[in-house]
Design a protein around this ligand. Structure first.
Ligand code: SF4
Ligand code: F3S
Ligand code: FES
Length: 254
């Protein structure tokens, strides 16, 4: 559509509090919401705080909520809204506000540090690692993550439950544990680290009830729930009571 003037509501404030402010901003053909926020900065609100970097959906910095939905500001086209619609832009709800649209996402860095790194297999030189193509592809899907933390923001386990933050790593980091646990060369188990058990006991895997909201908001279209969380749950399920695993173990032992 051609040029028009849009109605925006943008949250402004800081740790102490804040609220929605009304703005009318020009929109040109082909623009994304981040363009409009930048125009607001340039023409009306020079001190409006927003975090961004690549404007190409690759750095994961411009995460916010548009009409209550976690999204990348730079990847949300204005053409997805009608010209008469009021567009509301708010900071990520699950993390503390720094100022305006900028939140403090350090929760995620803390959770990242809690996941033990890949354990190299003993006696194999790094250049001599060999993997099946299907194992490589599985990891590659998870490695598309740009760490926008939209999945972490949307998951209901922490979104409205600050008290769960301590015991829940969130979809992005449960996915990382799944990646390592399914990695054919990871030697964590030999080193005495049971990733399946710690996923349950330390990273809150059991709190995920597979609502799939994380998968729905992922800008990289990673199938977080189906390809990481459900398989990890299956692998972590108590083997004694799982007839298929029990049978499998019996056959393998012969
Ligand atoms: Fe963002 Fe997807 Fe990575 Fe979650 S898994 S942080 S939604 S890219
Ligand atoms: Fe949360 Fe995703 Fe599980 S939204 S409940 S981590 S499927
Ligand atoms: Fe980099 Fe939006 S600015 S993902």
């Amino acid at each position: 559509s051609a040029k028009y003037v849009a109605d925006f509501k943008v949250w402004r404030g800081n740790q102490e509090g804040g609220g929605l402010e009304d703005y009318r901003v020009a929109v040109n053909e082909g623009e994304v919401v981040l363009d409009i926020i930048h125009r607001l900065q340039a023409t009306q609100v020079p001190d409006l705080a927003v975090r961004w970097n690549c404007k190409a959906g690759k750095c994961g910095s411009c995460s916010a909520e548009i009409n209550g939905r976690p999204r990348l500001l730079c990847m949300t086209r204005m053409s997805t809204f009608t010209p008469s619609e009021t567009i509301t832009v708010t900071p990520l709800r699950a993390f503390p506000v720094v100022r305006d649209l900028v939140t403090d996402v350090s929760f995620n860095y803390a959770k990242a540090r809690e996941v033990p790194a890949f354990v190299p297999p003993e006696g194999v030189e790094p250049g001599a690692y060999r993997m099946q193509q299907m194992d490589v592809e599985r990891s590659q899907e998870f490695r598309k993550c740009i760490e926008c933390f939209l999945c972490q923001d949307t998951c209901h386990v922490v979104r409205d439950h600050e008290e769960n933050k301590e015991s829940f790593a969130g979809p992005r980091f449960l996915m990382r544990i799944a990646e390592l646990d399914m990695h054919p060369l990871d030697a964590a188990h030999e080193a005495g680290l049971d990733r399946k058990r710690t996923a349950q006991e330390e990273h809150g895997l059991g709190l995920c009830n597979i609502t799939k909201c994380c998968t729905e908001v992922c800008p990289e279209n990673i199938r977080i729930t189906d390809n990481a969380l459900i398989p990890l749950k299956e692998r972590a399920a108590d083997r004694k009571y799982d007839p298929l695993v029990w049978l499998g173990n019996r056959i393998r032992r012969r």
